[in-house]
Design a protein around this ligand. Structure first.
Ligand code: GLY
Length: 383
């Protein structure tokens, strides 16, 4: 735990900052996207505060890169901050760390009207959002997502939670942030592998509901991966717009929000089969899962045969994993993988729910998928 006084700092002015509103009744918020938002964090967050102090939770890796900048920016706006730094990695989304965050927030005297800041990727955002949801029966929080995956998916929409021995994200709450600051300059510090894993979620948005965005990604995805700020801004903005539209229609996933799970039924089985390890990052599993979902859709006669080839071609052109054979090490047999899909949260009355597609940009949710078709697909694609 670190709790140092923050030095003063002058934040630079904003350039090319986009705002995507999430106008949920009674808990509307903005997602602000652009380069340099971290330097402006004090100015951005100040209007939310009842008194000029916040508590920040981050992980050691992100804190080393960005915590000082954040605290300087807050201090420049006259905002004092306490900070807690946790170990990086999925294991941090645990009961133990939830207890540690809760103790820190209580010891920092965070009150009902105060604001907690989650500075990090999806792990920190989910954990801190959940801690904020239950602290004093709910305090507000601000997401400052530092990974591409967190900027385009997990920081928006209010899903928060932790993992248990029973599975991932099984304990949690819907708790919307009060503001999201997605500083695309922070993406410069990602490894190419982490960037591309996040890009798996970006592609997902084109595939599930915006064919024109997928066309755009085919043309500009490589530039985004190479660091082009304008391409990154557009990719994050369009992804967040699509997520916001879906969350507005179905905040608690009674229907349409399940579209966001395109590729995830396959992905969750693959993550379980690879022990949630470095062998397969979540976004890599999403990309492979999207390719498999399109292949399954084509095999079921729902979409033209060319569509899965086009999906795979783009992923391959981006240098991403596209198939089961691209996952290092051995995988379980097809029937064991199908079994792992049965453990997924998206099982209803024992029936697997899949997101399939009638074409690029035309996804839909169905429980009407013959298990044999899934088995045949897995058998054919396993190396
Ligand atoms: N990541 C999927 C969702 O937010 O619903």
């Amino acid at each position: 735990m670190t709790r140092d006084a923050a030095p003063s700092f002058t934040a630079p002015s904003a350039e090319s900052i986009r705002t995507v509103p999430v106008p949920l009744p009674g808990r509307a918020y903005d997602v602000r996207i652009g380069a340099g938002l971290l330097d402006r964090a004090g100015t951005e967050i100040a209007p939310l505060l009842a008194r000029p102090r916040v508590a920040i939770v981050s992980d050691a890796h992100v804190a080393g890169l960005h915590l000082e900048t954040l605290r300087d920016a807050l201090a420049a706006a006259g905002i004092a901050s306490d900070a807690l730094t946790l170990p990086p990695g999925e294991a941090t989304k645990s009961w133990r760390c939830l207890e540690e965050v809760s103790a820190f927030l209580l010891e920092s005297r965070v009150e009902r009207r105060d604001v907690v800041i989650a500075l990090g990727g999806g792990v920190i955002g989910d954990l801190v959002g959940f801690a904020a949801a239950i602290l004093r029966r709910g305090v507000r929080f601000v997401q400052i997502p530092t990974s591409l995956l967190a900027q385009v998916d997990s920081s928006v929409g209010g899903k928060t939670g932790i993992n248990t021995v029973h599975g991932k994200n099984l304990i949690g709450a819907f708790h919307q942030p009060s503001l999201v600051l997605a500083d695309i300059a922070m993406l410069d510090t990602l490894t190419p592998r982490d960037f591309l894993a996040g890009y798996g979620e970006v592609v997902k948005y084109g595939l599930l509901g915006d064919a024109a965005f997928f066309d755009w990604l085919e043309e500009h995805g490589a530039a985004a991966a190479a660091g082009d700020r304008a391409a990154r801004l557009r990719a994050v903005e369009r992804s967040v717009q699509m997520k916001a539209e879906i969350v507005l229609r179905d905040e608690t996933e009674q229907g349409d929000r399940a579209l966001l799970n395109l590729g995830h039924t396959f992905c969750h089985a693959l993550e379980a089969a690879t022990g949630y390890s470095d062998r397969l990052l979540h976004g890599e599993g999403v990309a492979i899962g999207c390719a498999l979902a399109f292949e399954l859709s084509a095999r079921l006669g729902l979409c033209p045969q060319e569509e899965p080839s086009r999906v795979r071609a783009h992923l391959k052109a981006m240098g991403m994993k596209t198939d089961l054979a691209d996952i290092p090490g051995d995988l379980p047999a097809a029937d064991a993988l199908l079994d792992l899909m049965g453990q997924d949260k998206k099982v209803i009355d024992g029936r697997l729910r899949f997101v399939l597609a009638r074409g690029i940009g035309q996804a839909f949710v169905t429980s009407d998928v013959p298990g044999d078709a899934v088995l045949d697909l897995l058998r054919d694609r396993l190396p």
